[in-house]
Ligand binder design. Structure first.
Ligand SMILES: Cc1cc2nc3c(=O)[nH]c(=O)nc-3n(C[C@H](O)[C@H](O)[C@H](O)COP(=O)(O)O)c2cc1C
Length: 209
């Protein structure tokens, strides 16, 4: 792997980072990644903390940026949900490789209201709705055949009717306290601009690459 090298050619205009709207540029970058045809432009790595302080991360999809918050959905009995219920601190990292851009957001989560979860669940494709009932996410299962058998039985259970939102399915609103925008540049002299919420206001700083 040592021979693998990428030259970056991005740029970050400090004027595009707005202290009055710290996640505004994140929204812009997601839209630009979508317009450029990148796959999964809303994918983000969510890091959480275990009870002994050990970190754990996994990919999830961003399902909305509103003000200084980001929302995502998941199974409430999953490892990530259990960790977030015990310790709300978390971090999100987006990466759009073909655009030489990344964004990291640090903060904490609160659970989404049930009505918001149910409204989003109703908008999902039926196959995803059924999948949410099939999977006890992050629990062990003996083999693939057992999972497929569960799928068949959930299909039969909801035959001819709408699939309701499972009680174990939900989501979180992530509240940002720090945001960092990164743009890869030649010679590893990347641009990094961080916004931190301190003393009631967002203050920007440029960080060394
Ligand atoms: C691109 C991508 C997007 C994903 N989006 C979600 C998501 O929005 N919600 C979710 O629960 N899992 C999502 N997953 C699966 C998670 O990465 C993970 O496997 C699962 O949530 C279990 O994580 P946990 O055991 O740490 O709770 C996604 C995986 C990938 C690769």
């Amino acid at each position: 792997m040592e021979h693998l090298r990428e030259e970056y050619d991005g740029e970050l205009d400090p004027a595009s980072v707005d202290s009055e709207d710290p996640l505004g540029l994140l929204t812009t970058w997601i839209h630009e990644a979508e317009q450029a045809g990148l796959s999964d432009p809303t994918a983000m790595c969510l890091a959480t903390l275990g009870p002994d302080g050990s970190p754990r991360s996994r990919m999830v999809l961003c399902k909305g940026v509103e003000g200084t918050t980001v929302r995502f959905f998941t199974n409430l009995t999953s490892d990530k949900a259990s960790q977030l219920q015990a310790d709300a601190r978390a971090s999100l990292t987006f990466w759009w490789p073909d655009m030489d851009r990344s964004t990291r957001v640090v903060g904490h989560v609160t659970p989404l209201e049930r009505a918001e979860v149910e409204a989003y669940f109703a908008s999902r494709p039926r196959s995803s709705q059924i999948g949410a009932w099939v999977s006890d996410q992050s629990s062990e299962i003996e083999d693939r055949a057992a999972l497929e058998a569960k799928h068949v039985s959930v299909h039969a259970r909801f035959e001819g009717q709408d699939v309701p939102c499972p009680p174990h399915w939900g989501g979180f609103r992530f509240h940002a306290q720090e945001v960092e925008y990164w743009a890869g540049r030649p010679a590893r002299l990347h641009d990094r601009i961080r916004l931190r919420f301190e003393h009631g206001a967002w203050s920007p700083s440029r960080l060394q690459p």
